[in-house]
Design a protein around this ligand. Structure first.
Ligand code: ADP
Length: 508
């Protein structure tokens, strides 16, 4: 049933690309066919471990077992076999840090998740020592507990005997992509790709190599580090009991970079924004890194063959989460979808602004101490105005990130490509387009992150012969929001800027 016959009636087996999307709360596996259609999806959630306030851990073995089981399940669900899988692509939660014993393959500690703040003090210390500029120049990153380096250091400092073992060459470090490949290849191959390496704070994005000065600074032996490869090449083959068919693993990218590729933002100046709990905006800036003067991160977008692409990245901490707050905190809506219906009952917010800085402000402010405010309440303010102001706050925050990107890159954009759960909200998408005065384009295919990893993988094994072939498919299906004139656009933006100022003033 899954096997086809060609016009000469010769037996041909249909082939698919398997994309493994290892996220922060769940492991997913998605099968793509040659036209880029989704054939089947499987998903399993795993445990979130919060040992202390601000600490977030995952059990790396559970990540592997959930990922392996959804990989098998998605193939069975589609009534296929391992032989039908031409290649595997991996996309993953970034920065999350695993250290395991090379001999036993057993992690020496839980994975420390990107959200974990336990290394804040150490980060503050090295900031005070004046290392910000050196680290930014080399890695494109700002000093923050997000990135892997201080998490590795924490494990080596705190697990008895770990540093000694590390220096004797018996421990391996990896981000989640490395950990999955290590297991998929029967505990043999220890690699990562440039996008994941660029989030460790140990990788020099100019030389594209691990950086000796940083390795020394964090006291991490080089023998722990994976070999860094491009994002689209054969890294190894599956082996062992799970997926024993020697399937090539041939695409890797961190989740946001995979989404940028899935959105086919392959030319300089193309931007994608993912609207989930928070927002992640990335702009392709071409084959040279652009250093930010506006608190954005410079990161590797991908490397295909010898061609490297860089991106500027900015994140908004609270986006879809402000809608969850309307539902669960204020209880003025029953479901996320109801936010749009309620907001649509008024034509504007009548000067009401919500700045949802619940856990500080992300790019371009990076103000950890900021806290949320609501301003402009009158006797006429209703829950409808609250819903509208909450949705507008998502768009305004993205406007701030985009402005910073345009200033850093010197490029003024015409189109924003969007994905993520909150993009179902038409009012939000239209307002985003209006306030930015750019076209907002939403592809009809949903799983763009997984698609990005599948494309990278399929390109390496010639399932797709060229980027052009993929781009042509991408063009076909999309929803476009064209900017409409808002009479008070300038005034509204001024109001937002004032609200941001008040938010930051309040926390001081
Ligand atoms: P994540 O990957 O971060 O979990 P998703 O892409 O699954 O996020 O999107 C979920 C987010 O989208 C939630 O924060 C939710 O509040 C928001 N969301 C879902 N539906 C809507 C909607 N109709 N309007 C606005 N926000 C929505």
């Amino acid at each position: 049933m899954n096997k086809g016959y060609n016009s000469c009636n010769l037996f041909v087996m249909k082939k698919y690309v398997l994309s493994l999307d290892q996220g922060t709360t769940s492991s997913r596996a998605i099968l793509f066919d040659k036209i880029g259609n989704i054939i089947s999806v499987s998903q399993r959630e795993f445990t979130q471990i919060y040992p202390y306030p601000g600490w977030v851990e995952h059990n790396a073995e559970e990540i592997w077992s959930t990922q392996a089981s959804v990989a098998l399940e998605v193939i069975c669900k589609a009534n296929l076999e391992g032989d039908n899988i031409i290649s595997i692509g991996i996309t993953n939660q970034r920065e999350t840090t695993v250290i395991w014993d090379k001999k036993t393959g057993i992690p020496i500690f839980n994975a420390i998740v990107w959200q974990d703040r336990r290394t804040t003090k150490f980060c503050d210390k090295i900031k005070k020592e004046g290392l910000t500029s050196m680290i930014r120049k080399k890695t494109g990153l700002i000093i923050d507990p997000y990135f892997s380096a201080t998490k590795i250091k924490w494990i080596l400092d705190n697990i008895p005997g770990a540093r000694k073992k590390a220096y004797s060459g018996s421990l391996a470090f990896g981000t989640i992509d490395s950990w999955l490949i290590w297991n998929l290849t029967g505990k043999k191959i220890h690699v990562t790709d440039v996008t994941n390496a660029s989030r460790t704070m140990l990788f020099n994005i100019n030389t594209l190599d691990w950086d000796n000065e940083l390795i020394k600074l964090f006291d991490i032996p080089t023998t722990m580090l994976p070999e860094v490869k491009s994002s689209s090449e054969i890294f190894g083959y599956t082996t062992g009991k799970i997926l024993s068919n020697k399937i090539p693993i041939s695409g890797i990218a961190g989740d946001q970079q995979a989404a940028l590729f899935g959105q086919m933002c392959t030319k300089v100046g193309m931007v994608k924004n993912t609207y989930g709990t928070g927002c992640f905006m990335l702009m392709n800036v071409g084959d040279h890194p652009v250093s930010s003067r506006n608190n954005l991160i410079t990161t590797v977008a991908w490397k295909i063959k010898d061609k490297i692409q860089y991106a500027l990245e900015g994140s908004v901490f609270i986006a879809g989460a402000v809608i969850q707050w309307l539902r669960d905190g204020l209880e003025i809506i029953q479901s996320a979808n109801a936010a749009e219906t309620l907001a649509n009952t008024v034509i504007d917010t009548e000067g009401l602004y919500i700045v949802p800085a619940f856990s500080g402000l992300g790019a371009p402010y990076w103000d950890q101490k900021a806290r949320g405010i609501i301003v402009g309440i009158t006797r006429g303010t209703t829950s409808s105005h609250f819903a509208r102001a909450a949705l507008e706050s998502i768009a305004f925050q993205n406007m701030d990130v985009l402005k910073a990107m345009e200033a850093d890159s010197g490029i003024s954009i015409k189109e924003l490509r969007v994905d993520g759960g909150a993009t179902v909200n038409k009012l939000l998408m239209q307002f985003q387009s209006d306030i930015l005065n750019v076209q907002v384009v939403k592809p009809k295919i949903s799983e763009l992150t997984a698609a990005g990893a599948a494309y990278l993988s399929g390109l390496a094994v010639n399932y797709w012969n060229s980027l052009e072939e993929i781009k042509n498919k991408w063009k076909l299906k999309k929803i476009v929001f064209t900017p409409k004139k808002i009479v008070n656009r300038k005034k509204m933006i001024k109001g937002w800027e004032k609200a941001i100022k008040i938010t930051r003033y309040w926390s001081k």
